[in-house]
Design a protein around this ligand. Sequence first.
Ligand code: FES
Length: 205
Amino acid sequence: MADRNQREPGSSEPSSNSPPPRRNFLVSFLAVVFGAIISFFPLVPGAAVLLDPVLRRKKKVADGETNADFVRITSLDSVPKEGAQQFPVIAHRHDAWNHFPNERIGAVYLRRIGENQENVQCFNAVCPHLGCIFSYVTSRNEFYCPCHNSAFKIDGSKVESSGQVNPSPRPLDELEVDQERLQQGEVWVKFQNFYTGTEERIPKQ
Ligand code: FES
């Protein structure tokens, strides 16, 4: 005997075994909504991981902090007693998501100061005018930048000779030396780059 709920051959009446079209639509709709919610959850921690370095950096800038860290440059014994000498700055560098160990991140000039020459003065080797690396000229006991003829005394101040314009807007950028480590015979410097071409020393983040 034929089931009265099945579609009879040749009949246009829907079979009562299939859910009504409205129920089908509701089930599909809920499946889409739940699927979207479930697939959204893994994105939240992923987005947090991706954005974390950026947000931390923004907070540092807002708090007025810089990216400067103390970096070991050399031993005190390696700093000459006369004049100044350039040393590379080797450190671990990291951008927002990557870590680069032992990279050259800049250069500094070190010179001995103080009564017993036990203290050290440090300058970033980047010219404050437009960013060339300047040199130490032994014969004049001065720093000189060949790009546009800026000259600086051994203490970092500008040389202002009459008739010649010194294009540098400020003296050399002096960097802080860690005094505690200096007592132990090690030269550690708070390495920092600054924007060039400005009178004011503005640290780069
Ligand atoms: S970059 Fe040094 S003088 Fe211009």
